[in-house]
Design a protein around this ligand. Structure first.
Ligand code: NAP
Length: 467
């Protein structure tokens, strides 16, 4: 019998999820000179790139240029894309096992961490992840509505997602027009009456989860002043003590926040207030069940045994009159049917990318994971590269020791026939590239980077028109 990974018997790999992690796994595998590998990448959306399309802020076009790298990976011999094919609906894990020697799950973190405080489920309280997906034109969120007739909004959390949400709420219509924000969001945000946006951090300036460039950008918006209370910009004694050993990034964040606190307001239309050492304890609603107030408690920091500075509340409260709330305290993975899942961590149960059986804690033959569903929702796009490499290296090692699945139909043609049968409206990479060109053409006609398709049926209709 010929060797798996040879010309006559290529190693067949399924990658579920076409975000950065999935592409980086594909890249590392397809670079192997001594192996012949065929990769079929699946995504539940017709469009690839995961959070690069549906998460990265539309006013961060430069970050989105990483898709050129993904295009190059997709152009390598052996790579195929099957978009609009959903695991659990169009194809099952068992189907994958009958067609592939190895399976990689790189489905990301598709929901948010919940904040369990009274009133969090009121009508105008949302997950930041929903707002992000809505303004980026994710088809599942196309018809969501956010009450932008309110004058005051709050974002809970001070990570980079909170920063994105606050910035998009504060951008002028002219600034948004230059981005690839979805048309429906551009229209709604152009009519927004929001004047004040509060970003609420439970710890201090030195513990902000935002990164310095993102923080700096908040001070450079066309029509929004950034406001920091001088009393909250000052570091407490514990933070001051750790600053002696702080990295340059932390120093820079503290510098920026202290500069913001010394700024005069310049009378811009909007104000972005960065608040520190306060935690929301309750949202109260009006007669229509919409938020009209957020109760905050003041915090102090204390050092844990491990030396981390954590918040604890003191008996001091204030009310913020807010009509719209976004909780932005982290993403969370969702389980895939038939794949072992660590409920506590919100990730696939794995060791260095090898999916593990829950009962025996031994590797599950032929199944792997990469990206946020492997390690949790942390890091930037580039963080997925070493993460994916670790997974891919273990896949290669397992192949070398013969630990791969034994699919009954390990060939590209039978998989294509199978998908055609289950989901005739699937998107190949060429189909996606035509859609991509069309979006760019529509945008160019009015001076925007692109006009996104935001409904799957419209994407399918556009594909069929062009065939
Ligand atoms: P994150 O960086 O983990 O930030 C979560 C924030 O929520 C932190 O400020 C955290 O405060 C706060 N938080 C957690 N639990 C809380 C609670 N119970 N009450 C109040 N606040 C709470 O998560 P993220 O913003 O979702 O970002 C996810 C990843 O994507 C990050 O690695 C981020 O850098 C990355 N990202 C990067 C960019 C970019 O590069 N431009 C853009 C977007 C996202 P504590 O620190 O006190 O826990």
């Amino acid at each position: 019998m010929s060797q798996i990974g040879s010309e006559s018997q290529p190693l067949r790999v399924a990658i579920v999820g076409a975000g950065p992690a999935g592409f980086y796994v594909a890249e590392h595998l397809l670079k192997q000179k001594d192996l012949v590998i065929e990769i079929d990448m699946f995504d539940r959306l017709p469009t690839p790139f995961g959070l690069v399309r549906n998460g990265v802020a539309p006013d961060h076009q430069k970050i989105k240029s990483v898709t050129k790298v993904f295009d190059r990976i997709a152009a390598r011999p052996g790579y195929r894309f099957f978009g609009n094919v959903e695991l659990g609906t169009d194809i099952s894990v068992d189907d994958l096992r009958s067609h592939f020697h190895q399976i990689v799950y790189s489905t990301g973190a598709q929901t948010d961490r919940y904040l369990n405080i009274p009133g969090i489920d009121l009508k105008s309280s949302h997950a930041a992840t929903q707002f992000v997906a809505w303004y980026n034109g994710h088809p599942d969120y196309r018809d969501f509505e956010f009450d932008l007739s309110q004058e005051t909004a709050a974002v809970i959390g001070i990570g980079n997602v909170a920063v994105d949400v606050a910035r998009i709420l504060c951008r002028s219509p002219e600034e948004l027009f230059e981005t690839d924000i979805a048309d429906h969001a551009l229209r709604a945000l152009s009519e927004s009456r929001i004047k004040d946006v509060y970003m609420v951090g439970r710890r201090g300036p030195a513990q902000g989860a935002f990164t310095p460039p993102e923080l700096k950008e908040l001070g450079e918006m066309q029509d929004a002043d950034v406001v920091v209370l001088p009393s909250e910009a000052e570091l407490d004694d514990l933070s001051l003590a750790v600053m002696a050993d702080a990295d340059r990034g932390t120093e820079r964040k503290v510098e920026l926040i202290q500069q913001f606190s010394r700024r005069e307001q310049t009378g811009k239309t909007r104000r972005l207030h960065l608040r520190f050492l306060v935690s929301p304890v309750e949202l109260t609603g009006d007669e229509d069940n919409c938020v009209n107030s957020m109760k905050l408690v003041r915090n102090e920091l204390y050092a844990t045994d491990a030396g981390t500075l954590r918040p604890k509340s003191v008996d001091e409260f204030e009310e913020l009159p807010v009509g719209l709330v976004f909780r932005s305290i982290g993403y969370r993975g969702v389980p895939l049917e038939g794949v072992p899942y660590n409920e506590n961590w919100g990730v696939i149960y794995n060791e260095a990318g090898r999916v593990m059986k829950l009962d025996t804690r031994k590797p599950l033959l032929g199944e792997y994971t990469a990206g946020w569903i492997k390690r949790g929702p942390s890091g930037v796009i580039g963080t997925n590269k070493p993460d994916a490499m670790e997974t891919a290296e273990n896949m290669i090692k397992d192949l070398a020791s013969g630990r791969v699945l034994s699919p009954v139909q390990p060939n590209a043609t039978s998989l294509e026939t199978f998908i055609n049968d289950r989901q005739p409206d699937y998107f190949s990479y060429a189909d996606w590239q035509r859609l991509d060109d069309l979006e760019k053409e529509l945008g160019a006609a009015i001076g925007r980077p692109r006009i996104k398709f935001t409904r799957v049926d419209e994407m399918i209709a556009a594909k069929n028109r062009q065939v």
